[in-house]
Design a protein around this ligand. Structure first.
Ligand SMILES: Cc1ncc(COP(=O)(O)O)c(C=O)c1O
Length: 375
């Protein structure tokens, strides 16, 4: 007799048994198929609506010529380019199939069922998945309630209070998804400096390029001071290469060496490597995307304000808006209007929707659909 679903689950590693898979945003094609509509728009996955640099597309196309070969496993050219960008030794760079991959590598290398990881309430959903899959104990710090720091934001005092002899990894998203909240440099550095040597702190800077606040830190500059710091970045957001899956970690070379032990040999494909190098060379395109994102964010916020909806101040390319009622209903009604956003009830934010900044006409369409749905 074949095994039942339950029996298969019993065969799985203990950490995996109770895991819920990551819920990605609904693809446009799926919505159009389901509802029999056309011209749907997706503002649900924090992608860059302005797309990658044309130079990245050209480099990716050129790399297609060679795809019968394995990519350079070490990612030599991209690693060298990133080392130059960050003024750091190439041995400090670990490439990932998206930055999710490097976050997961950190969990696999440093977490065991005997150890603990810390992250904040409302923090990016991949941290609980990686921690649980490694069988480690997750310690979740309550977020700020708005009295001593931005509501929904990471409370570093609460996070510090959870550090114990068993702590190995702390995940900090700066800015965080889905809240868009961020931590200023002085506060974050005092936290990192306060940690005991046996604790690694991952600062996830997936939205780094979008932030323009002067107090927002570039923690890659701190790596020489804090050997237990790991900084992660991605090409999926401001560089517009989400579909290619390329991100990286910067760390002490000994930490990079450990990550490299469990990294799949060819985890970043050759098209992604070539496109990422070219994307780094087109700073004009990057700045243009960041500028247009800021305009889009302003447009969405002005729209929410005129609809009398409150929102969480965001430094990223998305904003969480409180629709004042169960957001899942509003999400479904918006789908019928051909607009895909992201419900965040899985983050225990049942009245919020996370809206990714789109083109000006997409933002306008979301706002008018929202007005109609809420009226
Ligand atoms: C905070 C944060 N970190 C990491 C990622 C992972 O992105 P990627 O794996 O595409 O680099 C995301 C994606 O949404 C994110 O929001």
């Amino acid at each position: 007799m074949p095994l039942s679903d339950t029996q298969f689950i019993e065969l799985a590693a203990p950490g995996v048994r109770a895991l819920q898979p990551y819920q990605p945003g609904k693809p446009v094609a799926e919505l159009e198929r389901e509802f029999g509509i056309r011209h749907a728009i997706k503002l649900a996955s924090n992608e860059n609506p302005f797309g990658p640099s044309p130079r990245a597309i050209a480099a990716g196309n050129a790399a297609m010529q060679d795809i019968a070969r394995y990519p350079e496993g070490s990612g030599h050219a991209l690693v060298a380019r990133l080392a130059r960008l960050h003024d750091i030794a190439p041995g400090s760079v670990t490439l990932g199939n998206g930055s999710n991959d490097v976050l997961d590598l950190v969990a696999r290398v440093f977490l065991t069922p005997e150890t603990e990881a810390i992250y904040s309430q409302y923090a990016f959903a991949v941290y609980p998945i990686s921690v649980q899959a490694a069988g480690a104990m997750a310690r979740v710090a309550p977020a700020h309630d708005g009295s001593r720091g931005p509501a929904y934001g990471h409370d570093l005092t609460a996070m510090r209070a959870l550090v114990s002899d068993r702590t190995r990894v702390i995940f900090i998203a700066n800015p965080n998804n889905p809240t868009g909240t961020w931590l200023p440099g002085a506060e974050l550095e005092a936290f990192v400096a306060s940690l005991p040597d046996h604790v690694l702190v991952v600062v996830d800077e997936a939205y780094f390029e979008y932030v323009d606040a002067p107090e927002y830190p570039d923690t890659s500059r701190w790596l020489y001071r804090y050997p237990n710091l790991i900084v992660t970045r991605t090409f999926s957001k401001a560089y517009g290469l989400a579909g290619l899956r390329v991100g990286y970690a910067l760390s002490h070379p000994a930490v990079a060496g450990l990550l490299n032990r469990v990294r799949q040999p060819f985890n970043v494909n050759m098209i992604a490597q070539a496109a990422a190098v070219a994307a780094l060379d087109d700073t004009g395109h990057l700045h243009d995307c960041v500028r247009r994102n800021r305009e889009g964010l302003r447009q969405l916020i002005a729209g929410f304000t005129s609809l009398r909806l409150s929102y969480i101040d965001s430094a990223g390319n998305f904003v969480a808006v409180d629709v004042g009622r169960p957001a899942l209903e509003v999400y479904r009604a918006l789908l019928q209007q051909g607009v895909i956003v992201r419900p965040v009830a899985n983050y225990a934010m049942p009245n919020h929707l996370r809206v990714t900044v789109g083109h000006a006409d997409e933002n306008a369409r979301l706002l008018s659909a929202l007005e109609k749905v809420l009226s």
